[in-house]
Design a protein around this ligand. Sequence first.
Ligand SMILES: [Zn+2]
Ligand SMILES: [Zn+2]
Length: 432
Amino acid sequence: MSGINFDFSITSIDLEAYLEKNALMETLGDLLDQCASARAIGDWPKLEELSIEILRGIYKESQIDEGSLKTVLQSYLSSIVGTGDFLTDLHSGDSSRYQEGLRKLLQFLENRPHHFDSIEPVLQSAHEIALLALDPTSANRNKIAKHLRQIARPDLAIVICTQILEKTRLNYYARTVLCGAYCDLEQFDKAIEAAEVGLKFSPDANKTYPLNALVRAHTLKFKSNGDLSEIERALEYGHQSIDLKLDVYAANAFVAAAIASAKEDEVEFAKQVLEKAEPQLRKVDIAALFQAARAEQALAPTAQVIEEFDESFAEIYSTGFDSLFDLVLRDEGFIPKTIDARKMHERFNAEGWFLQGLSNMPCPTCETVSLHSYRKHFKRYGKDMHYWALVCDNCQTATDSIDYDKKEFLSISSDLEANFPVADLCVVCLNL
Ligand SMILES: [Zn+2]
Ligand SMILES: [Zn+2]
């Protein structure tokens, strides 16, 4: 660059903006690198300083990217946890510095809205740590360790789990958390060992936790070293877990293993498993998300395996603004009835719904043109999709797409998409 002479008089504004933007991007990358170095040597004051600098800068840009924002929030939270004495020595530790740091962060974020799904569990965990630290029962220490992983402090999670296991050697929950924390640090042999012991000592009904942890650990190890026996083990444990209890956690762990294995029969089985575990997902959506996940796998074969944390964060989300019920009551003046199936009530109660529009197709039940479509953005395996809620003004009911005859639904959904393309309406998609 040094030898080039720019004519500032002509395009000075554009050029300045261009240089400024480039400088910002370079600075961000550079600052994130410095964060990683500070974290590696445990220089928490430096990490705190750097993350505050990034947070201040990041919101000046028009586009904040999800990955960087998540990383910097984790860096800041990691830094205010610091050495973590208040967590490892709960009786003498003082959590006030952490509490104050968290308060400042939440205050800062309050005026800076974002629409990134992956940020909420991080903030939620930060909040949980603050609450749990005030009540250091043994069960709470298990939970603290789990939440420490969300804010990228697996090192402290390991310290706490080890303390717990010194007292209660057979605590399989602590061993499961330990497995995940070692996975975060890419120490897969230690991860597998922890979960294997957990599997041995857990009561039958609870074996699903260590089993899912083993599926994930072996999948990650396979991705790191390409050893086929690892993915075989992952699939084996996955089948055991599904046989024991088919839920969303078992399904997600198995789906990741099946896609990594690239075995057609396992992938087909994984689709069926996901369909049963998440009955609200439509067949075409499942097909689409598998396609996206396999494409991503082909592009980045060693990428991390997404993990669904156990215990539902869904409950936490159930008390937001813009639930389907809020919107329908506000816009149409009634609270729609729903049947108790496919977790519809829980999903409709969550925040983030928006009106798509009125369908030209009549309601199949009352045969009047009264069907309003509401949608809600969600993401699975990196694929952006939208839930359905069809509300009939006349019947005063709300239901998902599964309730409709396939053909009927196709004409309703194509009519809506033609008139009200969801990508133009969804704030999450618009911000991507
Ligand atoms: Zn109707
Ligand atoms: Zn969307």
